[in-house]
Design a protein around this ligand. Structure first.
Ligand SMILES: [Zn+2]
Length: 265
């Protein structure tokens, strides 16, 4: 190998190392060559009270090859930052349904999720099944979860969510809890497809399962879990699959004046 070749390959290696160790920046988006976020979809509970065909008769108005990425059960310091890195490196915006208890413990991570442009929804205080407890306890689980995330985000003690999006732990609803959320103008998210990532699996198995299901559904709200290490490991490859197969990312935000007007490219 000649000297020039040698220094070129050394430089190439240095660049690879540098790009691997430099955190992707969400504020450097949109960026050419990335998957990107193709559009913003503004919704409210009046038009879309409950969405996700796995759970409800209606879903979001997505076109063929449009997907919404959602992540449940965070924030979780060992893995949520990896999810954020993968999303930022592809300029993709997602929705995170946070649990109140870890949100209280890791407010900086909650703020980072929001600062990187993602939507922050709610997933109760401690992820108990709201079907198994009495109605007043269920209301408390919902409200305490909202309070904890709002405190982490804005330092405000309130049970009014700044983004009125909610997902039930384990999709375990009751007529009373559904009515409560509807009466408060909060959109209930189900999902259109998922990767069963709550089970033990390798990133490769998860990727294959998710792609198989997406090839059938061709669109939809995708449910993943950011505290799962196999999901964090799988996500870069899944985003690459979406880019190479001409999928489009839709970012869901609340319909209202409080929404960030900057957004997708
Ligand atoms: Zn959950």
């Amino acid at each position: 190998m000649g000297l020039v070749q040698k220094s070129v390959s050394a430089l190439a290696f240095a660049l690879v190392v540098a790009s691997a160790s430099t955190p992707a920046r969400a504020d450097a988006c949109p960026r050419k060559g990335t998957l990107g976020t193709s559009r913003i979809l503004r919704i409210d509970a009046a038009s879309y009270p409950r969405v996700g065909l796995k759970n409800y008769p209606q879903t979001l108005p997505l076109r063929d090859h449009e997907v919404v990425l959602t992540f449940d059960d965070g924030p979780w310091p060992p893995t949520t930052p990896k999810i954020l890195e993968a999303l930022a490196s592809e300029c993709v915006r997602a929705t995170f349904f946070l649990i109140g208890e870890p949100a209280s413990a890791h407010p900086d991570l909650v703020k980072r999720i929001a600062a990187e442009g993602h939507t922050v929804g709610f997933h109760t205080w401690s992820h108990r099944s709201l079907k198994q407890i009495d109605p007043s306890e269920a209301t408390e689980e919902i409200d305490h979860g909202i309070e904890a995330v709002e405190m982490a985000l804005h330092g405000v003690d309130t049970t009014t969510p700044s983004t009125p999006f909610f997902r039930f732990p384990g999709f375990e609803t009751t007529p009373a809890t559904l009515n409560l959320l509807q009466s408060r103008g909060i959109v209930v998210f189900g999902a259109d497809l998922w990767a069963n990532d709550w089970q033990i699996m390798t990133p490769k198995q998860e990727l294959a399962l998710l792609i198989d299901r997406l090839e059938v559904a061709r669109r939809g709200i995708i449910l993943l879990h950011d505290p799962k290490a196999h999901t964090a490991a799988m996500l870069p490859a899944f985003l690459r699959y979406l880019r190479e197969n001409h999928y489009h990312i839709v970012h869901v935000v609340p319909n209202g004046p409080a929404v960030d007007k900057e957004g997708a490219p």
